[in-house]
Ligand binder design. Structure first.
Ligand SMILES: Nc1ncnc2c1ncn2[C@@H]1O[C@H](COP(=O)(O)OP(=O)(O)OP(=O)(O)O)[C@@H](O)[C@H]1O
Length: 283
């Protein structure tokens, strides 16, 4: 592990009972990058994300996260470590009986180190950060649009100054415009704060707009990891189906054009994407 790594998974395995989901999986998430995990249905993307957060046990192998080995920590240390990341699940998962304000304040109140007025200031700041109005603070989740729910969930995930943000299909359920707005918001907040993002996504537009690198899961392992342009060159059935449909080809054409003309913005060529490394070699 080098200082610039946020998460290092070495030869890990996950399973539910006798069903092995991952075996001999290696993956490194670099500090400050947006890494997207893609793969066919049931390849274990969500399981992997949850294993990184300690919600699914790692049956074999080693993980370090933010320089710590969670398996070597006592409960108090583990709780402190878990406060260093935020999570946004698929449907936003807000507490339906709590207002927007209370939802964002929830982790801060649980933490117990801040006064009411400090919490109030922080909630106002996070609301502004995700582009919501102060008056939205008093709405209930049922009164919000899908895009607003995601924004509130993002604000809550960021409330604790997260060093890592885990996102499970953040744009699922949004129409293309709301999804693109969320992607732009994520990219902007990420640029402002510089945290690390690990996200599961099926959304090619979203990947192109946000991800620095993409890790492709197949057969319980990381098949390949690199920029969008790099991973789509790997000859594998899922990659052909996912990246080389009509929509994928259109996106790749615009990414390649952006690569030739650096004035065009593109997450995939924003700096941290590197060639497919040893962690990605199919075994
Ligand atoms: N709580 C659980 N108990 C038992 N098996 C599970 C559980 N969660 C997931 N699995 C199994 O683990 C495998 C991987 O599931 P997972 O949800 O991680 O895949 P995924 O790649 O995220 O799928 P999708 O793209 O369809 O959401 C599947 O075979 C699934 O049935």
């Amino acid at each position: 592990m080098v200082r610039s790594d946020a998460i290092v998974l070495t030869d890990i395995a996950t399973r539910f009972g006798t069903h092995w989901v991952q075996r001999h999986l290696d993956l490194t998430v670099r500090c400050g990058e947006i890494l997207a995990i893609v793969g066919g249905s049931g390849t274990g993307k969500t399981t992997l994300l949850r294993a990184m957060m300690g919600l699914v046990p790692i049956a074999e192998g080693r993980m370090t996260i933010l320089g710590e080995n969670p398996q070597a920590l006592n409960l108090r240390e583990l709780i402190a470590l878990r406060q260093r990341w935020g999570v946004l699940f698929q449907q936003g998962a807000l507490f339906s009986a709590l207002t927007v304000y209370e939802n964002i304040a929830f982790p801060l109140l649980e933490w117990g180190h801040l006064s009411r007025s400090e919490i109030s200031d922080l909630v106002a700041l996070k609301l502004q950060m995700v582009g919501l109005k102060p008056s939205d603070a008093w709405k209930l989740p049922a009164e919000l649009s899908g895009g607003m729910v995601k924004r509130v969930a993002l604000a809550r995930a960021l409330a604790m100054e997260a060093e890592i943000l885990f996102l499970d299909e953040p744009t699922s359920g949004l129409d293309p415009i709301a999804a693109a707005e969320f992607d732009a918001l994520l990219r902007q907040v990420h640029g402002d704060i510089g945290f690390t993002v690990v996200m599961v996504s099926h959304d090619l537009d979203s990947l192109a707009a946000t991800a620095d690198r993409v890790a492709v899961l197949a057969d319980g392992r990381v098949l390949t990891v690199g920029s969008l342009i790099e991973v789509q060159q790997v000859d594998f059935p899922y990659i052909r189906a996912f990246f080389h449909g009509e929509r994928g080809e259109r996106l790749l054409t615009s990414l390649r054009a952006a690569e030739k003309c650096p004035t065009l913005p593109s997450a995939a060529q924003s700096g941290s994407a590197t060639p497919v490394g040893p962690e990605s070699a199919p075994r």
